[in-house]
Design a binder for this molecule. Structure first.
Ligand SMILES: Cc1ncc(COP(=O)(O)O)c(C=O)c1O
Length: 445
């Protein structure tokens, strides 16, 4: 099929979504409430979700590989979690006071990841990374934060630098130039270059913030020694290492990716999975640093770092959903065995399909996360956000759109896919078969 055919097919089956989208444009800038949720010609509107499926207002049912921004490791509305949440709903949704559920979730995280010596809950990952930066500056008395080119840490102003290609350009209006002077960017997986940049800012370097696997930038795994090299520099320089585990925390095993890479971050952030499908963020780490946020100690503004929480922080619905999700994951390590295996099968089989179809592509990822990149003259392998930016994004969007419109397989166009416990071995088969059909076998020359 030609791309125009897919477009017509989609339009033909999403008429109600189109109407809702045009109404939404009158109310919301761009018609959406998260920048990445728009794709051409308009997004379908979801009516409900269950297990591995999204159902739109037009009656279409999609096999969902987006899984709520990769947060839903147990799939949509898992029965047991919903049951527990329904009970909690009757006991209150927002206390605005200290509560035992938050302690239970906090203690569980601390047991799973002992480096979470202290934890502060908030309601989004963006808040968590903002607090981590503020704590790092408080603890070190230094100002500059080094982040990865293309690294995504949410919409907090401090880190809204070098996120999208071209990385040198401002991310948009409303960002004050002076703030940009306190953020430097490093190229993922190029340790030599990164260390040079770090050396040039070492006197004022408060922290390096890095995702163990670049998620939003394109599902890129670190080369052996890269993360360790950044950590070594931070330690020698009395700067902090902040690991942003908002995607990776509890994704590959019951704990953080820091175990897999043998990292010892001073601070780290969690989100997504630990909220069990409800809004959450958490900044965690060394007690001596986190205690700077202890507002109960008599002191004054010169000795204390105000990192807050917020109206909805540690609300009982999120705490309940998060705690019960972690409990389920802890009790059933087979969840990880299964979803990691599904990811591996998918990466291997998709790679074979592209080879058979004579399509130059690389399938990146680890465990239950994966993403297809189409290569070209500019990029022959994917190691950094820049490589992803220079790869054939048009072909990727066309592929994702074809899967959605004809095969009812949903990836947020241009973003990586994730498996959840709701998936089974039929799902990679379905994806692989659909991919083969999209690219129709072209015999190898
Ligand atoms: C690595 C990482 N950090 C931070 C965030 C921001 O989290 P939130 O969208 O909950 O603000 C995200 C969101 O996708 C993320 O992927």
């Amino acid at each position: 099929m030609k791309s125009n055919d897919y477009l017509e097919l989609y339009k033909g089956k999403t008429f109600e979504s189109m109407n809702l989208y045009f109404r939404s444009r009158e109310i919301f800038p761009g018609g959406i409430n998260h920048n990445i949720r728009y794709y051409k010609p308009y997004p379908f509107f979801t009516q409900k979700s269950k297990g591995k499926y999204l159902y739109d207002v037009d009656g279409n049912k999609y096999l969902d590989f987006w899984n709520g921004h990769w947060a839903l490791i147990l799939g949509h509305s898992p029965r047991k979690i919903v049951k527990k949440m329904t009970k909690q709903l009757k006991k209150g949704t927002l206390y605005g006071t200290a509560n035992k559920l938050s302690l239970k979730l906090g203690e569980e995280i601390n047991k799973a990841i002992p480096k979470a010596e202290n934890i502060r809950f908030c309601s989004t990952g963006s808040e968590a990374t903002m607090y981590a930066i503020r704590l790092a500056r408080s603890a070190t008395g230094k100002r500059v934060i080094a982040k990865i080119e293309g690294g995504w840490h949410g919409f907090n102003t401090n880190l809204l630098q070098s996120v999208n290609y071209p990385y040198e350009a401002d991310e948009g209006l409303g960002l004050i130039e002076d703030e940009g002077h306190f953020v430097e960017s490093l190229q993922f997986n190029d340790l030599e270059r990164s260390l040079k940049v770090l050396d040039s800012i070492k006197d004022d370097l408060a922290a390096i913030i890095v995702e163990p696997i670049l998620g939003g930038a394109g599902c890129i795994v670190p080369k052996e020694g890269y993360l360790e090299g950044l950590q070594e520099f931070a330690q020698k320089n009395d700067s902090l290492l902040i690991l942003d585990e908002i995607v990776t925390g509890f994704r590959f095993s019951y704990g953080g990716a820091m175990d897999r890479y043998k990292l010892d971050p001073d601070l780290f952030t969690l989100g997504k999975i630990i909220g069990g499908g409800m809004p959450i963020g958490a900044v965690c780490g060394r007690k001596d640093i986190m205690k700077l946020a202890d507002s109960t100690v008599d002191g004054n503004k010169t000795t204390y770092c105000s990192i807050g929480g917020g109206t909805f922080s540690a609300n009982p619905m999120t705490m309940n959903a998060g705690y019960n999700t972690l409990k389920k994951l802890k009790k059933n390590p087979s969840v990880y065995t299964k979803i990691n295996e599904l990811g591996k099968i998918t990466r291997n089989e998709l790679t074979k399909v592209f080879e058979e179809c004579n399509i130059q592509a690389e399938v990146t990822g680890m465990g239950s996360l994966f993403m297809v990149h189409f290569l070209n003259d500019k990029v022959q392998s994917i190691n950094s956000a820049l490589d992803v930016s220079l790869s054939d994004k048009e072909q990727l969007f066309a592929y994702n759109f074809a899967l959605m419109s004809k095969y009812e397989i949903f990836f947020l166009p241009g973003k990586m896919g994730a498996y959840s416990n709701a998936n089974d071995t039929d799902d990679p088969k379905k994806l692989i078969e659909a991919t083969r059909n999209v690219f129709e076998k072209i015999p190898r020359s």
